[in-house]
Design a protein around this ligand. Structure first.
Ligand code: XLS
Ligand code: MG
Length: 346
């Protein structure tokens, strides 16, 4: 069992702007976020392509790599590594109608161009992982696209990435909606099905996010287990979510403690991390959080993982087997809840 390594992205520290209100905290400079991530005990950093190389649309491919190499130097200075690079295919107007499933060919070409630059940036940052959160791959108006043709075209875009760099790995991060209305690749199962249809399935895995599974009405721990079963869980985004609604990215454990316990349990029982996988956090602080304490959600999420890991290590597998043999799951439920409440002696 390798030591769990924690990562977070610069977008997890933000000014607080949302659909219903402007930013309420001053912007934190990128370099300060990176330094702070090291100070609060992160091991690595997740990146969008333009987190590492702002304004990349207006740079040459050589300039993009040069800037990424400077960011690598910043990571080295703070003893951090880059976990993955994700092409941000949801800001630019050329991705308004999707990237890989865009209706216009030039928008598809733009999305592929950004994806290949993400490979270049990943290489410069020293990682072989490109993460694809398929933010706008789907429809806002159901009849606007031929779903069969678009789903196959999404697979073709994955193939272009895999053929561009023969060692790059793709982590698909499924999400059932938001900002798109109907996603073409909304769950772990969808992602693994597409992976199997690519030119090199051995280089396509998944990153399961707690909130995204909940938004799909699914159990995050079981989604992680499903991917682990096939050796395909190459990343996680731990957070929490109050029901099936917009993506809340709450601190890990803040809503569904028993579910989070089982997420930690399935990762621990299956030696997650032994092949370099990271415990990624994808959490956003509350709008109300004071600027002078705006990393607390990240610190709390790591601490909650560690507290739940202690509970996992205390879990009495002999008692569990006894309850299963008796088919007495009321007894097992009570034991687990008592364990989580810290009074499992009674
Ligand atoms: C959004 C996604 C996003 C990805 C990185 O819902 O979780 O944060 O993880 O782009
Ligand atoms: Mg995420």
């Amino acid at each position: 069992m390798a030591k769990f390594r924690f990562t977070v992205g610069p977008w997890n520290v933000h000014e607080g702007h949302e659909t219903f209100g402007p930013g309420i905290r001053p912007e934190v400079p990128f370099e300060k976020k990176i330094r702070k991530f090291a100070e609060i005990g992160m091991d690595g950093v997740q990146f969008h392509d333009d987190d590492a190389v702002p304004d990349m649309n207006n740079l040459s491919e050589e300039a993009i790599v040069a800037r990424a190499k400077e960011v690598k130097g910043l990571l080295d200075e703070h003893g951090l590594f880059a976990e993955f690079v994700a092409p941000r295919l949801w800001f630019d107007k050329r991705t308004n109608d999707g990237g890989y499933t865009a209706s216009l060919d030039e928008d598809y070409e733009f999305a592929v161009w950004r994806s290949l630059r993400s490979v270049d940036i990943a290489r410069a940052l020293g990682t072989d992982k490109v993460q694809l959160w398929l933010a706008r791959e789907g429809t806002l108006s159901a009849e606007s696209k031929d779903p069969v043709e678009k789903i196959r075209r999404m697979r073709d875009a994955f193939n272009t990435i895999l053929e561009y760099d023969e060692n790059i790995k793709i982590l698909i991060e499924p999400k059932p909606n938001e900002p798109i209305d109907r996603s073409y690749c909304g769950t772990c199962g969808h992602a693994l099905a597409v992976a199997a249809e690519t030119v090199d399935p051995s280089r396509v895995g998944v990153c399961i996010e707690s909130a995204h599974s909940i938004m799909a009405g699914l159990d995050p721990a079981n989604d992680m287990a499903f991917a682990i079963a096939w050796g395909k869980l190459w990343g996680v985004h731990l957070n929490d979510q109050n029901g099936i609604r917009y993506d809340q990215d709450k601190s890990f454990g803040a809503e569904n403690l028993r579910s989070c316990f089982n997420q930690v349990k399935v990762l621990y029982e299956n030696d997650f991390g032994d092949n370099g996988e990271c415990v990624g956090l994808d959490v956003k602080t509350m709008r109300t959080q004071p600027a002078d304490d705006q990393y607390r959600h990240i610190i709390n999420s790591k601490k909650m993982f560690e507290k739940l890991l202690k509970k996992v290590k205390k879990f009495d597998y002999g008692f569990q087997k006894k309850c299963v043999a008796e088919q007495n799951f009321e007894k097992l439920d009570y034991y687990v809840m008592s364990l989580l409440l810290g009074d499992d002696e009674d």
